[in-house]
Write a protein that binds this ligand. Structure first.
Ligand code: SF4
Ligand code: SF4
Length: 374
């Protein structure tokens, strides 16, 4: 829904049937009661076609329950394409801060995803291409291309009559959320919805940022009901916890706050950098947690092995003691057997020897055990 970008509009014009097929597959999986297809009212030319395609599908049969599907148009106002914003426009329900639409029993997908699902499931075609808008006054023939992922940006620009001398900066994405490209030798990726090549007059270079005057315009413009100026302060001070408390995760990076800021502060750039830092911190914390778990598991394993070794040693010693005692008893029996009729004196001597042998073996085993214990 960003200005300049017409790739989704082209998709709705050219691939309405695949959109309906993709919605059908999603409906079969998710079994919703209601399917709402939201379209801004400046794209009225595609509404009828999409309605016809939706009518051609029996979503109730696909879901196995009563299910309605309709196209809803709403006023074109940037930014309304964000997931939470769109859900509120279409259903009146607000997704809680930090929460997911699934908490409200809602799944929100864009049309490109529906087409990709239909291509993958019905035509065995992986996601290898996408529609990209090439526009701006520095190209002579702006248009939408279905382009293979990996295609060099410079090839696409050449196909549109790109004039590098007129272009003040090349943007991948739209004027609000896009990134400046420093080199045209980069590939088109899954998220490249637009290449914008404006002239200086068309999209002037922003003047240098001035200090925040706390006018509050950014808060009024924020579609996510955040406090952009507060986020800006916390981002400058790298106060990541405070940023999280102020729901920076809900920022959709729409750029509306930067656009209205009279001090020309590039607020979104601060938020993007802060979000990257939060992600990095979370990754580091997770890695530290994994490392601790690995260390604890290793300690546990080493202790278990030591205990097993000790138990095996004790078992061996007990066996040796039993063998010695048995041996001594045999000796005693032999002595008494050699002397013919049982000589009480010889029998007593043999028994004493056997006891001494057994005692020796037992005390040897105990000494070894206590030595191990030390
Ligand atoms: S719009 Fe700019 S100057 Fe005004 S409060 Fe927000 S950040 Fe500060
Ligand atoms: S970029 Fe600015 S206006 Fe947009 S959601 Fe984030 S804080 Fe709000």
């Amino acid at each position: 829904c960003e200005p300049y970008i017409t790739s989704d509009h082209a998709l709705m014009r050219e691939r309405a049937e695949e959109i309906a097929q993709g919605i059908g597959i999603l409906a079969r999986l998710l079994k919703p009661r209601e399917i709402l297809l939201g379209i801004e009212d400046n794209k009225a030319d595609v509404v009828e076609n999409l309605q016809r395609e939706l009518r051609a599908h029996d979503f109730s049969a696909l879901c196995g329950r009563e299910c309605s599907a309709e196209v809803i148009t709403f006023p074109t106002k940037y930014p309304s394409g964000g997931e939470k914003q769109l859900i509120e426009i279409l259903t009146g329900k607000q997704v809680p801060a930090g929460g997911l639409p699934a908490k409200l029993g809602i799944v929100c997908q864009n049309l490109g995803t529906a087409v990709a699902i239909a291509d993958a499931v019905l035509r065995d075609k992986p996601l290898i291409s996408r529609i990209t808008t090439v526009t701006g006054e520095a190209v002579t023939t702006p248009c939408n291309f279905e382009v293979l992922l990996g295609t060099p940006v410079e090839d696409l620009l050449q196909a549109c009559g790109y004039n590098a001398a007129q272009n003040n900066r090349l943007v991948m994405g739209g004027p609000m959320m896009g990134f400046a490209l420093l080199d045209t030798r980069v590939p088109i990726v899954k998220t490249t919805n637009c290449l914008l090549a404006p002239t200086e007059a068309e999209l002037p270079t922003p003047p240098p940022a001035q200090p925040c005057i706390r006018c509050g315009f950014c808060a009024e413009a924020c579609p996510a009901s955040l406090l952009p100026q507060q986020l800006y302060w916390f981002a400058q001070g790298k106060e990541l916890e405070k940023l999280e408390e102020h729901n920076i995760a809900d920022c959709i990076e729409c750029g509306a706050c930067s656009y209205v800021c009279p001090s020309n502060i590039p607020l979104v750039q601060y938020y993007r950098a802060a979000k990257a830092e939060i992600r990095e911190r979370d990754r580091d914390m997770q890695q530290a947690e994994y490392a601790k778990k690995r260390f604890d598991a290793r300690q546990e394993r080493l202790q278990r092995l030591e205990e097993e070794k000790l138990a095996a040693r004790k078992a061996r010693q007990a066996k040796a003691a039993a063998r010695s005692a048995q041996h001594a008893r045999q000796n005693a029996n032999e002595i008494s057997g050699e002397s013919g009729d049982a000589d009480p004196k010889a029998t007593a001597v043999a028994a004493a020897i056997a006891r001494v042998e057994a005692k020796k073996a037992a005390s040897g085993s105990a000494a070894a055990s206590s030595g191990n214990a030390v």
